[in-house]
Design a protein. Structure first.
Lengths: 419, 470
């Protein structure tokens, strides 16, 4: 598998989904997974899969001894693997910027020279593909499609790509042509395309002109909460309700609709507080908008949340809201429901396809959104119903079921490949 | 000898409009006029008019051999009066044939039988009077909203003077017993209970036009054949359904009207008669009591009240609604009384169901159960505010009631005293006429006493008013 993020060092939903999926798949006994990421930190959970850091794969020959390799990268990788990989160098990349081990540096993030990093990643993938033994290639998101294509060309093994998002979601329609071409190219080469929702599947079919027969929907799931998170005691005040938005404050997430809905609710009642946690390019505009509507005293921006802070905020909330304009899947409402928080999501979110015990509104329908917020806050029965039934529903959505689905698609691909 | 008891129900709810919470306290009109008019016109055109015409036709051609029973909910009647008076006209025509019996049901088609006895009695009484006014005959048989029945409801209905009641022939209540006999209520044997044969009823109302059904296409002789083939001792076959089943659920293009029209002749050929519920109750003897501890209904697989009160959302809305029932009964505000009828309709609760029955239900303007709940609670919020603004909230209903009684009594007393004053003044004038002068003393005395009485009477009344306004 080619991926870009893996917990605990993650920047968005992609890492969480990669982890959950691989862990779910690893429950099948005959499944062996090797996961390639640009830059491991050494504290990843390797109990159920092998992780190869692309920044420790040599692409040019360096005469180094075992001890030195062990000293340099022993934390991330078995030195023996380094030497095995070194035997599979396929071209002379000495003209590139390499370090003393003949490896390339990766930031593992989304830097400005992202396209260069994507390219480098696919060069390294050529070495990995030649060395590793496998049956199928699985690429997560457009960043790793070139690597997947490269691996397919080198080994002739079938390529599966996993569409976690498309550029149409990220840009509200103003598609970046370079990104589009990478995405389209990856889909054209793929033998099977897995999309995280029917919404995304339709985008892939209609905007990327793919044959519907090879495009499938594989919904995401959630990993059960750890005990330490379950043990967090919610800080709730008796006479105030808290409504939370949690995510990047960007155009895609529809934050302005949340502010407008909040303004409507606050015109009627004052004992509700609104929290917009996260950061993003629209944050300042949102602070301004809240002030303009005269609700700044009840509307809070605590900034970016890390690790368990996320769950502390969720547990203190009475309502979770995700008014995304276009969300390929959206794993956060599922997390909120795991924390027993009633949830409002937009109908334009992929997760709306599998969730039933939550309120769904159109992202632009601020009236309906305000009404739903007010209703949950003022009707204990609705609150309790969504809280309990929502938790039950989300607890049944597990990654091992998704793993079985993915496996079936693998089997189909392998059975029909090159026949 | 077997007899078929055929009964149709007419009910259409008043659709609620999209009501956002910020309208609470500002907008007191809750209804979607367009949806109401359009909805009622559609059902009238597609179902009621053709179905009633067919029934009239059947009554006329069979000259007394065909009998049918109908009931109309009060809210449906109101809508028909406004939007489709031609249906009322047809009902009169059907009534004039003498082959039709009108039953009574709760005015609002609501669930008051499960919540508040007084409320239930009041609306049943109101409906009974209305039916009497329109069709000239006081109904003696009752059917509750969605055929909800249990022992307690049976006892109340019997107490109100009804001779019979319709109920569901639910398997979990009957067990091995057959619904094809007359039963009586265990709480009061004078109330006879007719139990619906759900198989035969649903054959018409649910399956008739379903081409995947193994009995499709169903013909009248086959259908009557099923009835005729039942054991000879079985007495009464109760086929109850909504009138809108003909034409709406089963489209007219399935020839359902022809099927209906052929029933009397086929029945006659096999020696089967038709009866109205009161005929059946009069002619037949009850074979046994039925015992129903938990309410049953004619809806869904479970035949219980879970379609309306199955989840906590529904129960919350229900208990909030009936929390003001006593106050609504006490008040005289016509608009509030009217809204009370419309809000009670059981359909409002049905929209909030989260049951997964496999059959999609039409939620009208609502996307989901939560949407229906939110909208209803917003409207209810406004309604409860209006009711509470009539009377002080912190006062107990009993205290309020006694105060209201005092006010009413004093009002009556005042009226009586005024009459007394008038009488005395009249007398005075007569006396004056009798002895034109010289009686001034008596006159002054009488005037004095009447004004004094007036003052003493007014005082407690104003006090009570002050208290009530507080």
């Amino acid at each position: 598998m080619f991926g870009w993020e893996f917990p605990p060092h993650i920047l968005g939903g992609l890492g969480t989904a990669s982890y959950g999926l691989t862990k779910g798949m690893a429950q099948q006994e005959d499944m062996e997974i090797t996961f390639c990421i640009p830059k491991p930190w050494g504290d990843e959970d390797r109990s159920f899969l092998n992780i190869i850091g692309m920044n420790s794969v040599p692409i040019a020959y360096r005469d180094v001894d075992w001890d030195y390799v062990n000293y340099r990268i022993g934390k991330y990788m078995d030195p023996q693997l380094y030497f095995d990989l070194r035997n599979n160098i396929y071209a002379d990349f000495n003209y590139m910027h390499l370090n003393d081990l003949g490896c390339m540096e990766f930031s593992g993030r989304y830097p400005d020279n992202l396209h260069e990093e994507i390219n480098n990643y696919s060069i390294v993938a050529g070495v990995v593909a030649r060395q590793q033994q496998f049956d199928i290639i699985h690429s997560h998101d457009w960043l790793t499609y070139p690597a997947g294509i490269h691996a397919k060309q080198v080994t002739g093994k079938p390529l599966v790509i996993h569409v976690h998002a498309t550029d149409f979601d990220r840009s509200r329609g103003n598609v970046n042509p370079t990104v589009y071409s990478i995405e389209k190219n990856g889909m054209d080469y793929a033998d099977c395309i897995m999309c995280v929702s029917e919404l995304t599947r339709q985008t892939v079919i209609n905007k990327y002109h793919q044959n519907p027969n090879k495009v499938f929907t594989v919904h995401n799931a959630v990993t059960p909460l750890a005990q330490e998170i379950l043990d967090i005691v919610p800080k709730k005040s008796a006479n105030e309700k808290i409504v939370t938005f949690l995510g990047r404050i960007t155009m895609q997430k529809g934050p302005e609709y949340f502010v407008e809905a909040a303004a409507m609710v606050l015109r009627r009642t004052r004992n509700i507080r609104f929290v917009m946690a996260g950061s993003g390019d629209m944050m300042n505009a949102m602070i301004r908008l809240a002030a303009e509507r005269g609700i700044a005293d009840r509307f809070h921006f605590p900034g970016f949340m890390k690790g368990n802070q996320v769950y502390e905020v969720l547990k203190a909330s009475d309502v979770y809201i995700m008014p995304s304009v276009s969300e390929p899947f959206g794993i956060s409402p599922l997390e909120a429901m795991q924390c027993s928080v009633p949830t409002i999501i937009s109908k334009q979110s992929g997760c709306a396809e599998i969730l039933d015990k939550c309120i769904k509104t159109d992202y632009w329908d601020i009236n309906a959104m305000a009404d739903a917020i007010y209703s949950i806050c003022s009707n204990p029965s609705l609150y309790n119903y969504l809280k309990e039934e929502g938790k039950k529903e989300v607890d049944a959505i597990t990654w091992d079921k998704v793993g079985v689905k993915v496996r079936n698609h693998y089997d189909n691909v392998l059975a029909n490949y090159r026949k | 000898m077997k007899t078929i008891c055929l009964y149709f129900e007419i009910h259409q709810i008043i659709h609620l409009k999209r009501y956002r919470f910020f309208e609470i306290g500002r907008d007191h009109y809750y209804y979607d006029d367009y949806a109401n008019e359009q909805g009622i016109n559609e059902v009238v055109e597609k179902s009621y008019v053709p179905a009633l015409n067919a029934l009239i036709d059947m009554a006329k051609t069979n000259k007394g051999a065909f009998k049918v029973a109908l009931s109309i909910s009060g809210v449906a009647l109101e809508q028909l009066e406004i939007h489709a008076p031609q249906v009322i006209e047809l009902l009169h025509q059907l009534n004039d044939t003498g082959c039709c019996e009108f039953l009574c049901e709760p005015y609002s088609h609501g669930l008051s039988s499960l919540a508040n006895e007084e409320c239930f009695r009041e609306e049943v009484e109101r409906m009974r009077t209305k039916i009497k006014e329109i069709f000239g005959k006081k109904p003696t048989v009752f059917r509750n909203s969605s055929l909800i029945y249990d022992d307690e409801i049976g006892a109340i209905v019997a107490d109100m003077g009804f001779k019979g009641m319709l109920a569901e022939g639910a398997k979990h209540v009957l067990g091995w017993k057959s619904p094809h006999y007359l039963y009586h209520c265990i709480a009061n044997p004078s109330l006879k209970v007719l139990l619906r044969d759900y198989k035969l009823s649903d054959d018409i109302s649910l399956r008739f036009s379903n081409s995947e059904w193994n009995e499709y296409p169903l013909f009248a002789d086959t259908y009557i054949g099923w009835v005729a083939d039942m054991p000879d001792q079985e007495q009464v076959i109760n086929i109850f359904m909504e009138l809108s089943a003909i034409g709406m659920s089963q489209s007219l293009s399935s020839n359902i009207l022809e099927f209906l029209k052929a029933l009397p002749a086929c029945a006659k050929a096999r020696g089967i008669t038709f009866s109205t519920p009161s005929d059946a109750i009069m002619k037949l003897k009850s074979v046994d009591h039925i015992e129903v501890h938990y309410p049953m209904s004619w809806t869904d697989e479970e035949r219980d009240i879970s379609p309306w009160l199955g989840n906590i959302l529904q129960r919350e809305a229900f208990s909030k609604l009936y929390s003001v029932s006593e106050r609504v009964l006490l008040c005289n505000d016509k608009k509030i009384k009217q809204d009370w009828d419309y809000l009670q309709a059981s359909n409002n609760f049905r929209f909030m169901t989260t049951k997964n029955t496999g059959i999609a239900i039409d939620r009208g303007i609502y996307d989901s159960a939560y949407d229906a709940f939110t909208n209803y609670m917003n409207i209810l919020g406004d309604f409860i505010r209006r009711v509470n603004s009539l009377f002080p909230v912190d006062m107990e209903n009993e205290e309020l009631n006694s105060l209201l009684t005092t006010i009413r009594n004093q009002g009556e007393e005042l009226l009586a005293l005024n009459k007394e004053v008038e009488r005395l003044q009249e007398k005075l004038r007569k006396d004056n006429e009798d002895c034109s002068n010289g009686c001034t003393e008596v006159k002054a005395e009488a005037a004095k006493s009447s004004s004094a009485k007036n003052a003493t009477v007014k005082k407690p009344k104003s006090k009570a008013e002050v208290k009530a306004d507080k």
